[in-house]
Design a protein around this ligand. Sequence first.
Ligand SMILES: O=P(O)(O)OC[C@H]1O[C@H](OP(=O)(O)OP(=O)(O)O)[C@H](O)[C@@H]1O
Ligand code: HPA
Length: 184
Amino acid sequence: MNAHRLVLKISKDEIQNRVRALAAQIASDYQGKDLVMVGVLKGAFIFLADLIRSLDMPVEVDFIRIASYGTSTESSGGITLSKDLECSIDGRDVLVVEDIVDTGLTMRWLMGHLQRRNPRTVKICALIDKYERRAVEMPVHYAGFRIPSGFVVGYGLDFAEKYRGLQGIYEVAFDAMVEGSHAG
Ligand SMILES: O=P(O)(O)OC[C@H]1O[C@H](OP(=O)(O)OP(=O)(O)O)[C@H](O)[C@@H]1O
Ligand code: HPA
């Protein structure tokens, strides 16, 4: 791991306020619906935990575990599924909860995986929509914060499994940027 510093981008208070606002919007949009929230492990565990505690409606929670980044700041492109859904989503409204949509490759794979199980609807809620890095078209229906680029950590997001417990979102600033080691 190259030498790096962390630069605060989004404070704990900003996150808390935005999570409450997202929960209010989701509760209003899904009132009376059979909502299943699917958290994508590992990164989404903190965001999902805060989101459902602000959500004023009944909801079922399930998790799926997929990864593609390993210890790098660049997607490997290959998705590894190591834990699948446990509940049925047949005919139900699914909201996928992610920490970040970056290239969109993880979400493209996941949308295909979920659609094969015949849900009524599938939408995406992501704390961070890193929109300039998209490799495939992927809408984020509920976005906490839109940032153009930069590798970020904290509030569930990691760099080589570090920093998930930070309460704010920080950008990783690499001290010695060597050519070819662009950090997103
Ligand atoms: O849009 P993409 O470029 O595909 O990147 C987004 C994905 O990358 C991260 O997962 P990661 O593979 O790091 O696993 P983790 O959730 O266990 O940290 C993140 O949690 C998203 O699932
Ligand atoms: O900026 C990021 N930070 C942490 N994990 C990620 N996975 C894709 N993009 C990122």
